[in-house]
Write a protein that binds this ligand. Sequence first.
Ligand SMILES: [Zn+2]
Ligand SMILES: [Zn+2]
Length: 303
Amino acid sequence: MKKIIYQEKGGSVGERIVLKANLHTHTTNTDGLFSPAQIIDMYKDAGYDVIAFTDHSVLNKVSAYDGKGMRLISGVELHPFGPRGIRWHILAVGVPEDFPHLFPETGQEAVDRAVEAGAVVFCAHPYWCGFTPDEVMTLANISGIEVYNTSCRYIGKEFNMYAWDSCLDAGKKYTAIAVDDIHAMHDFCGGWTMICAESDSAEDVMKALKNGDFYSTQGPEFSKLVVNDVFIEAEFSECAAAVLVGRGADGRELLVENPDGPGTCGVISSFKIALSDCPKGLFRIQLRDANGKFCWSNPVYNQ
Ligand SMILES: [Zn+2]
Ligand SMILES: [Zn+2]
């Protein structure tokens, strides 16, 4: 199991395990092409540690599945009508296997019932749905959004950085996950969430998800992510671009892609910067490797 040197602001520095997770999964129980057993085999073989089953308004009895050593999470994707008659896609990860509120009247009811039941809740693929950031923010009590959704690639709407940053700018403390939302083979292993947990117990996995102790990626990986009251220090796989994304026009470029013109790229795999030299208020780390694959940290609050 992978490890990371990890410290959140206000916490203590230490080693945590890193659990590779797909938190948005469909099966033959709704409109997915693969059975739960096939999904487990596929993701196990691809090196994953955690799978959340999130069929449309249908629960999976994950306790009856053989996880082959992976942590399986009971989840659901809920679809009440939202603004302008567009249906929400509300991703609830960690609901009980007998969760009764599968057809809520409103988005807020969906979120509230799932949170009350112990779930961590995200607004799934807002770009694909057509929701504006202001519409996303009408949902109280969500943890965040999907910054990346592999299955939305087919119409070019897989990235949600604009919606995430707009909500952060407006004061929402959203985290963001990367997911496959797998229905078919072409959705397999495009983006995933790396959960930095104290153990792989169900309790510690949910605690890390609720606390924002994770990052999202299409490839680049952190091996150190330390934030204390004075500095931020990160070590990661080789990347061609690394930026600190702040509010509005604020930000800081750590390494620019194409430093010597088209077709060239620099290499960065670590940095250590005083928080006083970082964007004020909040910022997040965004990496991109030489293949164009992104990695996103959760926001660091820099008051
Ligand atoms: Zn969806
Ligand atoms: Zn879905």
